[in-house]
Design a binder for this molecule. Structure first.
Ligand SMILES: [Zn+2]
Length: 592
């Protein structure tokens, strides 16, 4: 059905169609959600149903329709079967003829526990709207009722959607976007309510581990207050954190007034790991402004059927990542010294990826759909994450603005202006408009900055921007540093498999390939675990023989080892900073 036929039906004064989804899970161990869609007041001969191929916040075509089975369409009153057919991978068409009240039923296999997929077993049900519900082209703006029917009365339902008063487990979504933006957690999870700035908040925690909910809530409150201060208030009525605790996992997906988090169940005692969790909280929460409301033009209206390309994810994700380091420090969760330590680790990671010299930042963002989420053993040689480089370009912009305006202006002002100009009205911004806002806050022309660091692969000049703050980047060489070979090796089933060969490294130059099986150095067996120790027995410029199986063929390479690479980079204070530098640093990070 087309948009015009719906508009015409409204013209003829038929009531607008009403949409109700029922979600049952009578046999949770089957991993099958049983979904019903009741449509009343239907007035067209054909009904089109489409399943999203991706979900906002995760820029990869995931083909959610591949989990659908047992599709049926019947008339509600006569219980007669309606003819239907698939017309493309995610598009079903039903011949409704004169039927105005119909029921669509189908099952969805849900056995992938991530923040962006569905999971159902006898401990809980979790789903994302994009991976469970059809939309009807032309009716995306129609309100939808969702009724959850748990397998037993002890299972509770947590979602950011408002509950319909006096109804049990019935919820209201004002349109399809809102339905997609509101994941559900159903089960015996822990529910922890708290208030921040007069607004109700909740944690829904599934899984056990060494989490201390009281402490997590205290620290989350500080993060919420700090971010609310930056943006002058909280633009929602209530907020839900869905947290899944599992063996070894990390991830988050942002929504307008909720987020889904997944984290390792025993990572809450160790301070650094706990800080990393709070960075995740700060990150997903920051997104409720930056990307959920302050959206690039390409994401102003979601096209659920195909890729939505934008060169600006470096701002939406990278700037959010910069703030996920800054916010916990401002909130008093860790100090400035710890912030600089985290920053040093991020810069170390960045400088170890040769792809930073190949792929510009804006291109990394644009190609997210085919590159960042689809990594292979050449990825680090040819691409750079828009999260990582975007975070470091955001650092440079913050430092540039702060140094020029003696900390009276900062990247905070950029965020506030983007919020005022685009976020509040949810008007998409173009790359040019973003640059204009940054230039107006910086009060200078930044065309060459954008040319070099966003649209090209020029090395980021960290020291130039750190110096006004009395800081510098220092390469640290450990005493017993390792001559450079340039491979990463993993032990798999007692085989030592080369997983990465760094572009331009001694191993790369001689032709050693990823997926080669590493056997020996100078004729003696070597393993992933002892490779570095073995290399320490040699010097830079020394030639060693490296033996591998390449496609089952035994090969020996003579490799000239390179100079040891820095073990890591640290951001440290320079000797004898001037009063101006000290003042700048204090204005940025507070007391060091
Ligand atoms: Zn993010």
């Amino acid at each position: 059905m087309t948009k015009s036929t719906i508009t015409e039906s409204k013209k003829l004064n038929y009531p607008a169609p009403s949409l109700t989804y029922f979600v049952k899970m009578p046999h949770p161990n089957s991993h099958l959600f049983e979904v019903g869609l009741q449509i009343e007041y239907w007035s067209n001969p054909i009904l089109d149903l489409k399943m999203p191929v991706w979900t906002p916040g995760s820029y990869l075509v995931r083909e959610y329709a591949r989990h659908i089975q047992d599709f049926k369409a019947i008339s509600k009153d006569k219980q007669t079967k309606l003819l239907s057919q698939k017309v493309s991978k995610n598009h079903w068409q039903v011949e409704t003829k004169e039927v105005d009240n119909l029921l669509i039923t189908y099952r969805v296999y849900a056995n992938e526990l991530t923040v962006r997929t569905n999971h159902l077993d006898d401990t809980h049900g979790y789903f994302n709207g994009a991976a469970l519900f059809y939309y009807i082209p032309g009716l995306e703006a129609t309100p939808i009722t969702v009724e959850i029917i748990p397998p037993n009365s002890t299972w509770k339902v947590s979602t950011a959607l408002p509950a319909i008063p006096e109804k049990v487990n019935q919820f209201y979504a004002k349109d399809f976007d809102t339905l997609v933006d509101s994941p559900f957690e159903i089960g015996n999870h822990g529910i922890y309510s708290f208030e921040v700035l007069g607004k109700p908040h909740q944690y829904a925690i599934w899984g056990t581990g060494n989490i201390q909910p009281k402490k997590v809530i205290e620290d989350t409150k500080k993060i919420i207050e700090t971010e609310a201060k930056l943006f002058n208030g909280l633009p929602y009525d209530d907020y839900l954190f869905i947290l899944h605790l599992t063996q070894n996992n990390f991830g988050g997906l942002e929504h307008k007034n909720s987020c889904s988090l997944i984290y390792s169940r025993f990572y809450f005692r160790d301070t650094d790991k706990y800080n990393r969790f709070l960075q995740l909280v700060a990150h997903e929460f920051f997104h409720l402004w930056n990307i959920k409301r302050i959206r690039p033009k390409a994401l102003e209206t979601f096209d659920y059927e195909q890729e939505n390309y934008t060169p600006s994810l470096w701002f939406s994700e990278g700037t959010t990542s910069y703030y996920d380091m800054v916010i916990p420090m401002r909130a008093g969760i860790y100090n400035a010294q710890k912030f600089l330590e985290i920053l040093g680790k991020e810069i170390t990671r960045f400088l170890s990826i040769p792809g930073r010299k190949v792929q510009p930042l804006s291109e990394s963002s644009f190609d997210a759909w085919i590159k960042l989420y689809r990594r292979d053993n050449n990825s680090d040689n040819c691409q750079i994450s828009y999260y990582l480089k975007g975070e470091l370009v955001s650092l440079l912009l913050d430092l540039l603005i702060r140094a020029k305006h003696e900390n009276k202006r900062s990247l905070d002002n950029v965020m506030v202006q983007m919020w005022e100009q685009f976020g509040k009205s949810e008007t998409g911004f173009t790359p040019h408009q973003l640059q204009r806002v940054i230039e107006s806050v910086a009060d200078m022309d930044l065309q060459s900055f954008f040319n070099l660091y966003v649209d090209s692969t020029e090395e980021l000049p960290f020291n130039k921007y750190l110096n006004p703050f009395g800081l510098q980047l220092k390469a640290i060489m450990d005493d017993d540093s390792v001559p450079h070979l340039g491979i990463k090796v993993q032990s798999e089933n007692n085989k030592q498999i080369i997983k990465f060969v760094e572009k331009g490294s001694p191993a790369f130059v001689e032709g050693i390939d990823p997926e080669d099986e590493l056997l020996a150095i100078n004729g003696i067996r070597v393993t992933a675990d002892d490779l570095n120790q073995r290399l320490k027995d040699h010097q830079a410029d020394e030639i060693v023989s490296v033996t591998v199986f390449h496609q089952d063929e035994l090969k020996t390479f003579s490799v000239t080892l390179g100079k040891p690479q820095p073990s890591r980079y640290e951001v440290v204070q320079i000797d004898n900073p001037s009063p101006r530098q000290q003042e700048n640093l204090k204005g940025w990070l507070g007391k060091i």
